[in-house]
Design a protein around this ligand. Structure first.
Ligand code: KG4
Length: 340
């Protein structure tokens, strides 16, 4: 089954063609980094406009790269939640039109479920159940993936997402945008012991986490250094941020994987590209006898191949959209899915 998939939830417009879920025939991405760099963060209205300008061209390019014609598309999958509402609407509108004009089913896909599915593309042997840590710019959560379309959020951030913490820290430190990748590369020459940064301890749910304290600590360090006219050792501060984020995320994920007893722990989302997090995952899983899964960097950030992959499993589970499909800014990945 060949699926044309569309992703437009934030600042990347993406289209892909996938076959039977895990085989990627083509995957194209148009990044808006150049536009948003000017403002140090994503400007929602500009993101929506850029998606409108790019989406048809990208779908055509994906078809061309796959060497397929429109008639060979069996279904259209699209991210319908969560994300910047104007941005998600662009993809949903395009996908509805494409499915209607091609006379094929429309499959709504939850963005976080798509991130988790990036691991299916990367690892042909991976099948649910497993535990997945999802960390991106908009969310950080521990998900129990019981089945391809049945999952439970075990815990999540009580405030900021890990990616948001990276991005904000990079902005106040003048490192640039998007922050996560820049902090990651700076951190490689730093000493993670030089700065002491706080790690969250939340009460109630052992899988919940918090990143606002870490973000505030970095902001305060930057302001204090400026007032005193001191230079910060940016590589070492970057290394300390990566250490704090990795420890916070992985301690919860490991606890969940061990308690659930599935023996498999995956990571997903833009932050799963982080060098230290990936190394820590491998080391911790080796120590605990768990099998570690992470996708190649090209599949960690937003892309449409992951939406096509998850779309396939949603289709098999009977999920369908129609012309009344809406876009949603917020939605938990474990909420009941739509069937028609
Ligand atoms: O999954 P994603 O591409 O978009 C969302 O769905 O949010 O995640 C983007 C986030 C940004 O906050 C970005 O700074 C972060 O992922 N990120 C990283 C790295 N690469 C991207 N964070 C840490 N280390 C990286 N190498």
């Amino acid at each position: 089954m060949i699926i044309l998939s569309i992703e437009s939830s934030c600042d990347e417009t993406a289209a892909a063609l996938t076959q039977d879920g895990r085989r990627v025939l083509s995957s194209v991405i148009h990044s808006q980094v150049d536009i948003h760099t000017l403002y140090g963060g994503v400007v929602p209205e500009l993101a929506s406009r850029s998606h409108i300008q790019a989406v048809s061209r990208l779908a055509a390019l994906a078809l061309q790269e796959a060497g397929l014609s429109r008639r060979e598309i069996d279904a259209v999958a699209v991210t319908y939640a969560p994300g910047l509402i104007g941005a998600v609407l662009v993809g949903v509108g395009f996908a509805k039109g494409a499915a209607l004009s091609l006379g094929v089913p429309l499959i709504p896909v939850h963005h976080i479920r798509g991130h988790i599915a990036a691991n299916y593309i990367a690892h042909p042997d991976l099948e649910p159940p497993f535990v997945c840590l999802v960390a991106s710019g908009g969310t950080s959560m521990i998900v129990e993936v019981q089945d391809y379309t049945r999952m439970t959020v075990l815990g999540s951030t009580r405030d900021d997402a890990a990616g948001e913490c990276f991005d904000k820290a990079a902005r106040v430190l003048g490192i640039g945008y998007p922050g996560g990748a820049q902090i990651d590369s700076l951190s490689r020459s730093g000493d993670p012991e030089k700065y002491r940064l706080p790690q969250s301890h939340v009460t109630g749910n052992p899988y919940d986490m918090s990143f606002s304290g870490l973000k505030t600590a970095v902001v305060n360090l930057a302001h204090t250094a400026k007032q005193r006219g001191e230079e910060l050792d940016l590589p070492s501060l970057a290394a300390a941020i990566c250490r704090a984020v990795s420890d916070t995320l992985l301690s919860r994920a490991l606890l969940a994987a061990e308690e659930r007893g599935y023996g498999k722990l995956a990571i997903a989302g833009g932050v799963s590209a982080n060098t230290l997090l990936r190394a820590d995952l491998e080391a911790a899983c080796a120590r605990s006898g768990l099998k570690a899964y992470c996708a190649p960097l090209s599949l960690c950030g937003d892309n449409a191949a992951m939406i096509g992959c998850q779309g396939y499993y949603e289709f098999l589970a009977g999920v369908r959209g129609d012309s009344s499909l809406n876009a949603y800014a917020t939605m938990s990945p474990d909420s009941a899915f739509i069937r028609w």
